[in-house]
Design a protein around this ligand. Structure first.
Ligand code: XMP
Length: 515
């Protein structure tokens, strides 16, 4: 299945996962490894090509991240991007220096060698994304310059005979207009990949592999109704049918009607064979949360209670052979197992299950996939689009969208307001352009008038953000007419609310959630 592999050696730049995603968009399987990975390991993976990424340092500095020169002598095509390009030049005898002019942003690039394999089909003048302090002031022996910009004499260079390619800009960033074409050219024209990494084949293969691995064993899966766990559960059920049991804990902090919607799709009336168990634990959660105001404390309680409920259910089911986890590839990379960009996750999903359940082994069927590929796999297996394209919803649910104490009354208010907001945003086509949107309940009550009466009710906050990586975000520009309509509907239809506000804060200093 993975015989055609391109590897990305990660030098710590910010676009590293993007590089791998772009390669996979060309239907070529790609994995990310640290630049420290030794040559023997690289050889044993038998990659068709290697891509060196950007990185934060200068390659001529004493303690800069490097790779052995022999990497360029393996006979495997190498594409160096930004830092990777500079490193390739430096190691092979070229020169890299601090540039007189720093280039940042969209830049016009002129292709000097139209017949270059990586630039096949690319316009003579094209727009690329530049971000560098240093530049290649002299290419290494054997290389010819294949592109330049006004400030960068060697924006790209290559040694066709040795199949070594250096590109100063970032083809993986969408601002580089023909970037995907360049990456596709590298994978197909230079590395000779056929491009047979496809989701239908992945799904089919995974199902076969799971069947072989599980045999007659029993499998337990915690289903949240989110994209990852839903796709994992359906894949398992297709592989092993009713050897699978799925437990769905309704903690009373889900969006309006969500518990019923999840049950309608995955429960006994739905199209899947999941041995679906719904645990209605709303009261338990509300009881535990009563009187608690501190955000971290609320998160902790929700997490702990979730585990307790799950554990009780697991005990009823008895020992199982396998436990399913919806880990996806970015989790693997960010936990430091893949590339260089280990990020300490600032929050945890409700989870930590392995310690609490009697099982022998974990199955992670989506471990190799990026989010967009998980979605494709879901569609491939016939999971409804509205589930596959759901926005991220945090494990602690509305628990982190209610300021102050959580009560059943407040949950109902935020559920109703949120349902109206999402309905109007969807109707206005905002789904296509805005990353994540939801309503939250501030703990503020203030005086208002309704009819002849004085009210003393809550203020609802509307949040809508655009983000690429969820580490930073900006408030989205929602049309005033949409906001106005949402405001009016919430005030009229949701009891207990007399003010609606739009949160303009970006992240940082805010967070996306509202807790
Ligand atoms: P913040 O609020 O940290 O959110 O800016 C960043 C992204 O992560 C989601 N989020 C969570 N997801 N469990 C999750 O599964 C959590 O505890 C959690 N907290 C935040 C949030 O919805 C946003 O997409």
């Amino acid at each position: 299945m993975k015989k055609e592999l391109v590897i990305v050696l990660d030098f710590g730049g910010q676009y590293n996962q993007l590089v791998a995603r772009r390669v996979r968009e060309c239907n070529v399987y790609c994995e990310i490894y640290s630049y420290k990975t030794d040559l023997e390991t690289i050889k044993s993976m038998n990659p068709k090509g290697i891509i060196l990424t950007g990185g934060p340092s200068s390659c001529y500095e004493e303690d800069a991240a490097t790779c052995p020169k022999e990497l360029f002598e393996l006979g495997i095509p190498v594409l160096g991007l930004c830092y990777g390009a500079q490193l390739m030049m430096l190691e092979l005898g070229g020169r890299v220096e601090r540039a007189p002019v720093r280039e940042y942003g969209k830049t016009e690039v002129l292709i000097d060698k139209a017949e270059s394999k990586v630039f096949r089909g690319v316009e003579e003048k094209t727009v690329c994304w530049m971000s560098h302090f240093d530049y290649i002031s002299r290419t290494a022996p054997g290389f010819e310059v294949t592109a330049h910009t006004a400030d960068c004499p060697a924006a790209a260079a290559e040694d066709e005979a040795r199949r070594l390619y250096a590109i100063q800009f970032h083809p993986e960033v969408l601002h580089t207009k023909e970037g995907t074409k360049m990456i596709n050219n590298f994978a197909k024209q230079v590395c000779g990949c056929a491009g047979d990494w496809r989701m239908d084949a992945f799904v089919e293969n995974s199902i076969r592999e799971i069947r072989a691995k599980v045999g007659t064993g029993r499998v337990l899966c915690a289903l949240s109704g989110g994209v990852d766990s839903s796709v994992a559960a359906v894949m398992l059920s297709k592989a092993i049918g009713n050897q699978l049991t799925c437990v769905f804990v309704d903690h009373g902090l889900l969006r309006k009607n969500e518990g019923d919607e999840v049950e309608a799709v995955f429960g006994p009336e739905g199209p899947y064979d999941l041995n679906f168990i719904r645990v209605n634990a709303q009261e338990r959660f509300y009881d535990r949360l009563a009187g608690v105001e501190e955000p971290e404390e609320k998160r902790k309680i929700i997490g702990e209670e979730f585990i307790r409920v799950f554990e009780e259910e697991a005990k009823k089911i008895g020992a199982v052979d396998f436990l399913v986890q919806g880990t996806i590839y970015p989790d693997v990379v960010e936990s430091g197992l893949g590339g260089e960009s280990a990020v300490i996750k600032s929050h945890h999903n409700v989870g930590g299950l392995p310690d609490y359940v009697d099982f022998k082994e974990i199955i992670e069927p989506l471990r190799d996939l990026f989010k967009d590929e998980v979605r494709k796999a879901g569609l491939e297996m016939g999971i409804p689009e509205r589930l596959v394209f759901r926005q991220p919803f945090p494990g602690p649910g509305l628990g982190i969208r209610i300021i102050g104490e959580i009560t059943a009354e407040k949950v109902k208010i935020v559920q109703d307001a949120d349902a109206i907001y999402r309905e109007e945003m969807d109707a206005a086509g905002m789904k296509e352009t805005v990353g994540q949107y939801f309503a939250a309940l501030t703990n503020m009550r203030s005086v208002g008038v309704m009819g002849d009466e004085r009210t003393y009710d809550y203020a609802v906050a509307l949040r809508a953000v655009n983000t690429i990586d969820f580490m930073t975000a900006e408030a989205a520009e929602v049309p005033y007419a949409v906001l106005n309509k949402v405001m009016s509907r919430i005030i009229n239809e949701v009891r207990g609310v007399n003010r609606v506000m739009y949160d303009l804060t970006s992240k940082p200093p805010g967070t996306i959630e509202f807790e």
